[in-house]
Design a protein around this ligand. Structure first.
Ligand code: FES
Length: 580
């Protein structure tokens, strides 16, 4: 009987709200308790608006108001909008790492979609991990979903100088350490670098991930670059509200959009943007949730083919930021130029293909969005390296580092934890030269835990005083997408689980050859076997709670850092049974 009724019901929410039984009585009376009338929902799709907002997430401060624009759109299109606030991951303020909580947010979104009477979903996110987290959850839940990017903040400004999130914090911190800027200048930078709601406005992880979401087809065209405080952002929010209602009627689910072609488009666009290294982890996780086989090899292959066209910091030498990118035409303009590399038939949330969405897109500034014939960087922004130091791979961002380290050999200077590293960094008499290769380990998925963004290890004070601004650094953690420098990241397997990174010793020669994609420690296999026999695992980071669950089940960086038990596809195993 239940199965027959489910087939007759047009919307999933009717199982809760429109049945002639006692449970439905309870559900209806409780919705009416909030002042709604059956006319508000009967015969209409229920749209859950997952609002990723709290007072510790400055990037999403406008979401308190913006949700009203989404609701307006849902109502205009004949839907019933309800707001569901989620855990919010304010990247800058969460310790030890927002990645530790990405999967927690993903689980929350997935489970709340499944648990409540919901027919379609608007996902409001943008600050770094919130984008992949919400898309991971919605992908596994499988209902029609559209992503609403928070939009970048306005460009930073201090004493007439443009400031870029992260990148200028690192740059001016080094200058402060070198004594080249005054205290008033420093205070002006603190107050001017983040001066509106919205996500970091360099091509950091936030704009990388919202742009990938758009390229995959999970946002409205052009949505990723609209500044958070621009009135166009409000109109886009309302449009997303209208569109999700139509998507429910069309039964347009993520599984139809998130094909392998869609993810390849996402990677292609990411490379042309000079993306954050974090993209690799999140895209692999999302593709696996969608049942698509995407690996590090896809990133490296596409990186070799696709040039960097977006002249946005921290790539290139320009001052351009996301605001400039928006004025230049945003992602549709960039994708127009990338057409030879894109799968134009891929379906998107508009119900149209990528090709249809970008038809007629124009570029209004050829220096911000470069033509293919005049790229910022001839190859894509990321390189995947392999060798005996990283048998399962690691990554580096050649488009944002000094060319002199593209091929480099030097003695290792190894640190097992951040406090001992920091002691050396601050020591003006430290035994370190610009030829050294600084190694930080036990900072990976389990060891960090959650791969904190410590990978842009500061240049030691002693070398700063000598004028050095870049050197080779290696770790099993991540770095902010706004970072730059010759930093090898995501070494897999991580040291904490006995990866070869755990065996390198101070004084070993490490060789990195980015054009040939290799990373090697000059240590014989016999010696490595001896060191492995003597290695003992560090004590577990957690004994209880979410942290314990995370470290028990987290996969390595090359596999996207998802939980192993979340990889099952929707419909397999338990699926969504009609038994509750
Ligand atoms: Fe939120 Fe950078 S801190 S996007």
């Amino acid at each position: 009987m239940m199965v027959r009724m489910a087939k007759l019901e047009k919307f999933r929410s009717q199982r809760w709200l429109d049945r002639n039984d006692f449970r439905s009585f309870n559900h209806r009376s409780r919705v009416m308790q909030m002042g709604y009338d059956p006319k508000d929902w009967e015969g209409k799709p229920v749209v859950a608006i997952f609002n990723n907002w709290n007072d510790y997430n400055p990037c999403h401060q406008h979401f308190k108001q913006r949700v009203d624009d989404v609701k307006r759109g849902v109502l205009q299109a004949g839907g019933f909008p309800l707001e569901l606030p989620t855990v919010s991951l304010g990247e800058n303020l969460i310790k030890p790492s927002a990645l530790l909580y990405r999967n927690m947010l993903a689980m929350e979104v997935e489970e709340m979609i499944r648990a409540y009477p919901v027919d379609g979903v608007v996902l409001m996110g943008g600050c770094d991990k919130t984008t992949p987290a919400m898309l991971l959850g919605a992908t596994s839940a499988g209902l029609p979903a559209i992503f609403l990017p928070a939009g970048p903040m306005l460009r930073g400004m201090s004493r007439g100088q443009t400031l870029g999130s992260g990148s200028d914090a690192f740059k001016y911190w080094d200058e402060r350490r070198a004594g080249t800027i005054t205290e008033p200048q420093w205070q002006s930078i603190i107050g001017g670098i983040a001066r509106s709601s919205g996500t970091c406005m360099t091509m950091g992880t936030a704009s990388t991930m919202t742009s990938i979401a758009e390229a995959i087809g999970m946002t409205l065209p052009g949505a990723a670059a609209i500044p958070a405080v621009d009135a166009n952002h409000q109109r886009m929010a309302a449009q997303a509200g209208r569109r999700i209602v139509e998507m429910v009627h069309e039964d347009l689910r993520p599984a139809r959009i998130q094909t392998r072609d869609a993810f390849l488009n996402g990677i292609t666009v990411a490379m042309a943007l000079g993306c954050s290294t974090n993209a690799i982890i999140h895209v692999i996780a999302q593709a696996r949730r969608a049942g698509q086989d995407i690996s590090l090899a896809d990133f490296d292959r596409i990186s070799r083919e696709v040039p960097v066209l977006a002249n946005i910091r921290p790539n290139g030498t320009s001052q351009y930021l996301m605001e400039d990118f928006y004025y230049a035409g945003g992602l549709p303009a960039l994708m127009q130029r990338l057409q030879p590399y894109l799968r134009l038939d891929a379906l998107t949330v508009t119900g149209k293909t990528v090709g249809e969405n970008i038809a007629g897109a124009e570029c209004f500034n050829d220096d911000v969005i470069r033509p293919l014939a005049n790229p910022v960087y001839a190859e894509g922004s990321l390189a995947v390296l392999r060798g005996n130091l990283a048998p399962d791979g690691c990554v580096i961002k050649p488009s944002a580092m000094s060319e002199k380290y593209l091929r480099h050999s030097g003695p290792a200077l190894v640190f097992d934890d951040y406090p001992s590293l920091k002691k050396m960094l601050d020591d003006p008499r430290a035994d370190v030269t610009a030829d050294h290769v600084i190694v930080l380990r036990n900072a990976g998925p389990k060891g960090g835990p959650g791969m904190p963004e410590w990978g842009m290890i500061p240049v030691p004070q002693k070398l700063i005083d000598e004028g050095v601004r870049d050197m080779l650094r290696i770790s099993d953690c991540r770095m902010s997408g706004t970072s730059y420098g010759a930093c090898v990241l995501h070494v897999a397997p991580e040291a904490f689980v006995g990866g070869n990174l755990a065996l390198v010793q101070t004084g070993d020669t490490i060789s990195v050859d980015i054009p040939n994609r290799s990373i090697h420690m000059e240590v014989s296999d016999e010696e490595l076997a001896r060191r492995r026999a003597a290695w003992t695992p560090p004590p577990a980071r957690f004994a209880r709670g979410y942290g314990w669950m995370f470290t028990q089940h987290i996969l390595q960086a090359d596999q996207g850092c998802d939980m192993d038990f979340l990889q099952t596809q929707f419909g397999e195993g338990a699926g969504e049974p009609d038994i509750f």
